[in-house]
Ligand binder design. Structure first.
Ligand code: ATR
Length: 280
């Protein structure tokens, strides 16, 4: 039996063990997948111990994704563009890093939610690790424009510059968003709710009845932004649960060479009555 784990801090709430166990049952692949709580200063040691015990692959969640990137002997192009790793694979005694967050988001939007991102305007809120993970994938998916706004504007500028697509990726001051017209897609990649903010302040003009609002967080941490989206009249509101399942599926494929069917796993986690977190 091969060993896998998710590392994070905290990590007890993580759904990844359930998701990978479900994928394993579905594909007939025997695996053992656990959650390991590791504070940043203890991460390297915990990962070494995991490898010594036969660990073959690991997912990495907050706040360890940048540290994971730094310790890899090799990284994929998408991990380099994000500057962060969420999927580690043990090869020849070394860790190889990838980042499946961006492709996870895009697959959830274009697959489950059937959104065609090509030629659409997208607004990305936040410029931290989560935003860096998804921004390149949104560009790759063909958005016509990616506007990035962040509480600290310099970080939005830095992310826009790093994307290397000056025609399509631009930063804007949060307070100037009111002049930006509307968007087909608004993505909340801030950690505001996780750090206790209960209200989201954005101009309603950003949305139309065709706008899809996505929070990369799920559960309670998604409530404030999705409440804004509902009040603003967005068509659909979705949290990050679908992205979580899709990024896990992409990691599973890297490790096992098989692509699991995400739909039943998503439905089971969501509860069969609601495939979308909608206004009603
Ligand atoms: P993550 O890995 O979740 O992206 P991060 O790298 O710490 O975490 O980034 C957090 C993001 O949420 C940043 O864009 C941060 O804005 P700053 O760059 O100005 O710090 C944003 N954020 C956190 N708390 C916020 C708040 N109360 N209001 C708006 N943005 C907030």
């Amino acid at each position: 039996m091969s060993h896998y784990a998710v590392f994070g801090h905290p990590v007890s709430h993580s759904l990844s063990p359930r998701i990978h166990a479900a994928f394993g049952r579905q594909t007939g692949i025997e695996l053992n997948y656990t959650a390991v709580d590791a504070a940043p200063e203890a991460f390297m040691q915990a990962l070494d111990a995991f490898a010594a015990g036969g660990g073959r692959g690991a997912n990495v969640t907050l706040p360890l994704k940048e540290a994971a990137f730094a310790l890899c002997s090799a990284t994929s192009e998408r991990a380099q563009r994000a500057g962060a790793v969420n999927t580690l694979t043990r090869n020849d005694g070394q860790w190889h890093g990838d980042n499946t967050d961006g492709i996870g988001l895009v697959r959830d939007l274009t697959g489950r939610l059937r959104l065609d991102l090509r030629g659409r305007r997208a607004l990305l809120l936040g410029a931290g690790g989560s935003a860096r993970g998804v921004a390149p994938a949104l560009l790759d998916a063909g958005v016509s424009e990616l506007i990035i706004a962040n509480r600290t504007p310099e970080r939005a500028d830095a992310l826009a510059d790093a994307l290397g697509e000056p025609e399509r990726a631009h930063s804007r001051y949060w307070e100037d968003l009111v002049n930006e017209g509307d968007f087909a897609l608004i993505v909340n990649a801030t950690s505001a709710s996780r750090s206790g903010a209960t209200e989201f302040s954005l101009p309603f003009q950003l949305s139309t009845p065709r706008t899809l609002a996505v929070d990369l967080n799920y559960g309670e941490a998604a409530i404030a932004f999705l409440a804004w989206a509902r009040t603003a009249g967005c068509r659909d509101m979705v949290d990050g649960l679908g992205m979580l399942v899709e990024q896990a599926a992409a990691a599973f494929e890297i490790w096992h060479g098989v692509r699991p069917d995400t739909a039943p796993v998503y439905a089971a986690l969501r509860g069969k009555d609601a495939s979308l977190v909608t206004a009603d």
